[in-house]
Ligand binder design. Structure first.
Ligand SMILES: C[S@@+](CC[C@H](N)C(=O)[O-])C[C@H]1O[C@@H](n2cnc3c(N)ncnc32)[C@H](O)[C@@H]1O
Length: 376
């Protein structure tokens, strides 16, 4: 089987079509090979794993995120309820003395067993069944932490009823075994929608919002936090910080776009404090809406939580064209709210007739256009 999967993976990597590959291998082999192909940007041991396509495409965690979570949840015994093909479980097993995995889907359960064997994991027991059944509950011994990364039953509304297994039901059933629970949730979730006393930790991976984890019990460290991976920048909610930000009327020499996950987490004051205290740089809020938060400073600041732009010119709409010519713009990148369907037409209309060589990024605050050059 392994030989056929490797052969199919080679064909897929070479860009061969599914029909071509299926002339040599069956559907299952093709699917495992394709799942490995999809996993190549997520997991270093992608060429060893067994998975269905959905198990990797929709569910499997990035290795850096899985490692981070396993380190944070390091304990004696942990149970992962709804472990899928076991990617996160492998990393838990590397940190904990013993782990349980529970998976309802028979095929994923079998692949999970294979993956643990391939990765030479010996301190794990995988159970096939419904994590919410008494049968499974009774097969799990003493545990320190219950973890679950549920799948969404259907697209759309983020509610606990839409998650499987439902974290509320897991909590009710397993609360006699431990008081420590960690639930992975969609990153769009708001803290007031969570019916637990928990720390809600928002995670970004390579600057994109990725997931949120609710930590309940002793493993809760604060009310809300954000972790930017793989950079390991962590911010915690600080109730003593002023939350009504005062926005500057105009940008200074540099404009900074703050990591969006920090904005989603509502931890902008903590980010400004971090820059002031840890990086020893002075930065001020300039603008904030649902999608972006802009900060400004006369100082150059290097941080993984920021994108840095140098301000070239500020103008109004009626002299936008003239200003773009003045700063030798060639390509233009609007960085403000535009109907996505109209974005490229608008960008092209701005670029028409420009003869310069510079790439110019445009931010808009009220009726002012800020023309900038991207530094990083
Ligand atoms: C998001 S995936 C987990 C992915 C996993 N964390 C990984 O890193 O590969 C959620 C899994 O929970 C399983 N599941 C859903 N309801 C369940 C239940 N009641 N009991 C056990 N497993 C369940 C699904 O079949 C799915 O494989």
């Amino acid at each position: 089987m392994e030989k056929s999967i490797k052969f199919a993976l080679k064909m897929i990597m070479a860009g061969r079509k599914k029909e071509d590959v299926l002339k040599y291998v069956n559907e299952e082999i093709y699917e495992i090979a394709y799942a490995r192909y999809l996993a190549r940007n997520k997991i270093s041991f992608y060429d060893k794993i067994y998975s269905d396509i959905e198990g990797i495409k929709k569910y499997a965690t990035y290795e850096d995120v899985a490692k981070y979570k396993a380190k944070r949840l390091k304990c004696n015994v942990l149970a992962d309820l709804g472990c899928g093909v076991g990617i996160q479980l492998i990393f838990f097993a590397n940190e904990c003395n013993f782990v349980y995995g529970v998976e309802l889907n028979e095929r994923r359960y079998k692949y999970c067993l294979k993956n643990l064997k391939k990765m030479k994991i010996k301190n794990a027991k995988v159970i096939h069944g419904d994590a919410l059944s008494l049968d499974v509950y009774n097969k799990i011994g003493d545990v320190d932490i219950i973890f679950s990364d549920p799948s969404r039953k259907f697209k759309g509304e983020i509610s606990f009823e839409n998650l499987s297994p439902n974290p509320i039901k897991i909590y009710e059933l397993y609360k006699n075994k431990t008081e420590n629970f960690a639930f992975d949730l969609p990153v769009q979730i708001k803290k007031d929608k969570i019916p637990f006393d928990c720390e809600l930790e928002y995670q970004s991976y390579l600057k994109e919002p990725f997931r949120a984890t609710a930590y309940i019990g002793d493993i809760k460290k604060c009310e809300k936090s954000v972790i930017l991976l793989p950079y390991n920048i962590r911010l915690e909610y600080n109730k003593n910080l002023e939350r009504n930000l005062k926005f500057e009327a105009k940008p200074d020499e540099f404009l900074y776009l703050l990591d969006r996950t920090i904005l989603i987490a509502g931890l902008v004051p903590e980010a400004i404090e971090y820059i002031r205290k840890k990086l020893n740089k002075y930065v001020k809020p300039l603008y904030m809406d649902k999608r972006r938060c802009l900060l400004t400073s006369n100082e150059f600041i290097k941080s993984e939580m920021l994108e840095c732009y140098k301000v070239l010119k500020i103008c109004k709409e009626n002299n936008l064209r003239e200003s773009l010519e003045r700063v030798n713009a060639g390509r233009v990148y609007p960085r403000f709210e535009i109907d996505p369907e109209k974005y490229y037409a608008y960008k092209r209309s701005l670029e028409r007739g420009l003869k310069g060589k510079n790439k110019v990024y445009i931010f808009k605050i009220n009726d002012s256009y800020i023309l900038t050059k991207k530094i990083y």
